[in-house]
Design a protein around this ligand. Sequence first.
Ligand code: NAD
Ligand code: UDP
Length: 313
Amino acid sequence: MKKILVTGAAGFLGSHLCDRLIEQGHRVVGLDSFFTGSEKNVAGLKKHANFKLIKHDVVDPLAAQDLDEIYNLACPASPVHYQYDPIHTMKTSVLGALNMLELARATGAKVFQASTSEVYGDPSVHPQPEEYWGNVNTIGIRSCYDEGKRAAETLFFDYQRMHKVQIKVVRIFNTYGPRMAANDGRVVSNFIVQALRGEDLTIYGDGSQTRSFCYADDLVEGFLRLMNSHDTITGPINLGNPGEFTMIELAEKVLRLTGSNSKLIHMPLPQDDPKQRRPDISKAKQYLDWEPAVPLEEGLKRTIAYFKEALAG
Ligand code: NAD
Ligand code: UDP
């Protein structure tokens, strides 16, 4: 049994990760500020003797405790949420990483960072391999998130070089599934919620921009494989589903799978919205023997079932 700290535990991905760690018999401390996360996501876990939930903001240091592993997931991930208070988003990424790295240094724990495909910005190399350095605006409305996550990666590698901290860094590509917040603002939850409510589906721009969507369970499996990989495998390593779709194609799938009569309407494309995104997952295949198993339509069906229940409740 390992003692594991998960930051962002009450969020979409954090709660799925905690489920898996508890299933595996570990003792888990879930930390969250509840900025975008919800106690509902961990309601089942709170009854479990091996799970403890604490309210804390990662911007503030955390006292050293007995720990084997730290998963640092705390950070709003949806553009709507990370742009709400961009200064706090930057602090969350940079000071949050610093505080978790100091904790790892003090306790000897291995530390995992949830980085992002946003480090590639609006990519001019397609699909994106880990070697690509990216195309990121430093002063735009997405920069608080993109540059915060880039700085966090830098801190991780500097702590490894200077202090021999054991690090594991993943770059997550768009991931979806049950427990996304209905008001999250990301495209999969927006389209499903709009379709189920009979509202128009909001296509930003002409809808020709692409994304690659990974189901949450697949992603969490990749997290666990990286954390448990050989110490020499630090990442950064891309995790995502290489299936690539335009937003129009996604909207049409959601309409078909929900049986909704909603219409598609076009809204302005947000500033710096990446035109294309698809992970090159050769490294994840080679080093972790990992690739996604859940196709988009299957994952959408499960997510639609979740939102039907959540909206009815
Ligand atoms: P989410 O918004 O559902 O979860 C984030 C969680 O972190 C929430 O519970 C929130 O309350 C908590 N949090 C935010 N700021 C905090 C702070 N300062 N201190 C403590 N807790 C804080 O988002 P998610 O999709 O679950 O994302 C989890 C992580 O994965 C994030 O770091 C995100 O950047 C990264 N990521 C996610 C995706 C994706 O597609 N889901 C893609 C790339 C990266
Ligand atoms: N998007 C959209 N309609 C929405 C929400 C998002 O067309 O209601 C588009 C958005 O402009 C982007 C893509 O969907 O091109 C993915 O957006 P999301 O916010 O989910 O993630 P990110 O842009 O961070 O990849």
